[in-house]
Design a protein around this ligand. Structure first.
Ligand code: GLV
Length: 311
């Protein structure tokens, strides 16, 4: 079996796969093209197009992350090769940490204290009852449902929304247009953890952002495409225009890296992080990668992604 790995810390992934599969040839994508050729499997995160195009006998592709949007948009992606993606694989916990940080940032008025500090302003703000501070989570896949549970366990009322009906203990799970309206009418903070698909493009547009209660905040560790960026800027207020949203913690953007001249960088109500909310943790993910390789080799039926659905 030949496996070619492409990800930031590829050498560590190569070593971990080689250790688990001593009979396999495991290469990183910077191996000479002649050695990389005729791989059986690619284990990749943001692979360059040539790496996909040069392969002629792939049996499977393992996406070393949760979102397959980048892979599906890569020119030359072979049509008939099954693709699997990592599910949870340690990313849910990292994502929950990031989201809890963001939600508590707004819930405990850390944004207000940060704005007061340059003026030496000693001004405490009342802590709202948690019962009156519902959080909405858009997207209840492996990661979103974990995040929704973590927020619920932190004592906040949680409204979850997904395309298809879901059940999560202690979470009010909604779906459909009515469900989305119910969530948007109530949420003090909205967390977006949906995949980037044709159906989720700009799910938070001007109209939906306007539905949120005054002073609500947005936390987006999912994908930049989920939010209409101009509508978000308008809802936050800019150039002397007030906005009805309180702030945003954003990890993902339409264009990454976020261009230096993008107004989000300088916006006083926005925190920008560089797509770091949940990098795939090798130690948690490696067992899933190895079991995918075993399952492919054994001809087992795998939960492959559906390119038409986009996840
Ligand atoms: C990160 O963005 C991922 O999809 O895993």
């Amino acid at each position: 079996m030949k496996v070619v790995v492409h990800i930031d810390d590829a050498a560590q992934w190569q070593a971990a796969i080689a250790e688990a599969l001593p009979e396999a040839t495991v290469l990183t994508s910077d191996a000479p093209a002649s050695e990389r050729a005729n791989a059986d499997y690619l284990a990749v995160w943001k692979a360059p197009a040539h790496l996909l195009q040069e392969q002629t006998q792939l049996k499977g592709i393992i996406n070393l992350g949760a979102g397959v949007d980048y892979l599906l948009k890569t020119p030359g992606l072979p049509k008939d090769v099954p693709i699997v993606k990592l599910r949870d694989a340690g990313m849910s916990e990292l994502m929950a940490d990031y989201v809890l940080y963001g939600v508590l940032h707004f819930y405990r008025s850390m944004d207000r204290y940060a704005a007061q500090q340059p003026n030496a302003q000693w001004q405490p703000h009342a802590v709202p009852d948690k019962a009156n501070w519902p959080v909405g989570v858009l997207g209840l896949g492996a990661i979103g449902s974990y995040v929704a549970s973590a927020l619920q366990q932190a004592g906040l009322p949680v409204l979850g929304w997904s395309r298809t009906p879901k059940q999560i203990s202690g979470v009010r799970c909604l779906h459909g247009e009515d469900g989305l309206n119910e969530l948007l009418n109530q949420a003090q903070s909205v967390v977006t953890i949906l995949p980037d698909t044709a159906a989720t493009q700009h799910i938070l547009n001007a109209e939906r952002l306007a539905q949120l209660p005054k002073g609500a905040s947005i936390i987006n560790p999912g994908r930049g495409s989920l939010i209409d960026e101009q509508a978000l800027l308008d809802a936050l207020g800019h150039d002397g225009q007030p906005g009805h949203l309180r702030g945003a913690l954003l990890d993902v953007f339409h264009e990454e890296p976020l261009p230096a001249n993008n107004p989000l960088w300088q916006h006083p109500k926005v925190i920008v992080t560089p797509h770091m909310a949940a990098p795939t943790p090798l130690n948690d993910a490696i067992d899933q990668v190895i079991s995918y390789l075993h399952a492919f080799e054994a001809g087992e039926t795998l939960a492959t992604i559906n390119p038409d659905m986009g996840y």
